[in-house]
Every structure is written in C-alpha cells, then in structure tokens.
Design a protein around this ligand. Structure first.
Ligand SMILES: [Mg+2]
Length: 108
C-alpha cells in the first residue's frame, strides 16, 4: 500500500460515489421522518413553493437511485446481484409485515 493510498483501499472516485449514496440516503431518511411526523401531504412552513412531503420523498428516492446507478456503472456493485437480493426480499419480507395487503405485489 503506497503512502497516498487510503487504508480502506478505495479510490477517490469510489469514495465519492459512496459519499453521494450516503448523502442521498440521508436526505431520503430526513423526508421519511417528515412524512411519519406530519404526513405525505404536509409541507414545510418555510417552503415558499409549498412542496409536499410526497413530492420531496419521490425526489430523494430518485436521487438515491441515481447514486446507485453510478455505483453500478462503475462496477462498484453488481446490478444483477442487487436485483437478486431485491427479489429474495420480496419473497421473505411479507411475513414480517403486519399492515400490507396479502398476495404477491412485487414488481417482477
Ligand atoms: Mg437529494
């Protein structure tokens, strides 16, 4: 390991992509908190445009997906492995949910 190499072995580009993903996930979490406290149709009294929380969450989830796209494009993560995990989760999560409609409504 060279002197300039970071202990985690990440290149600056890899670290930057992860930082972006982390930030966008944090922004999505922030809006999820707003939805849980105030509802989907509420908006911040400080938002002059009156953007409701649903729209804000749609934006931030899209930002997360864009950040993931960068990781996939750079082969930091495997899109197919992620998809396998997503499908597996659809099969297993329902038994732990208490308020969702029964039946398979996965997007596959
Ligand atoms: Mg964002």
């Amino acid at each position: 390991m060279g002197k300039a190499e970071h202990f985690n072995g990440l290149t600056p580009a890899e670290a930057e992509r992860l930082a972006l993903l982390l930030e966008e996930m944090g922004e999505a979490q922030h809006i999820i908190g707003k939805v849980l406290r105030h509802g989907y149709t509420s908006c911040s009294p400080f938002d002059a445009q009156g953007t409701i929380n649903r729209v804000l969450l749609e934006k931030e989830v899209g930002d997360v997906m864009a950040a993931l796209d960068l990781l996939y494009a750079a082969n930091d993560l495997s899109a197919s492995k992620t998809e396998e995990s997503r499908q597996r989760k659809h099969k297993t999560v329902r038994r732990y949910l208490h308020h969702q409609p029964s039946g398979d409504n996965s997007s596959s």
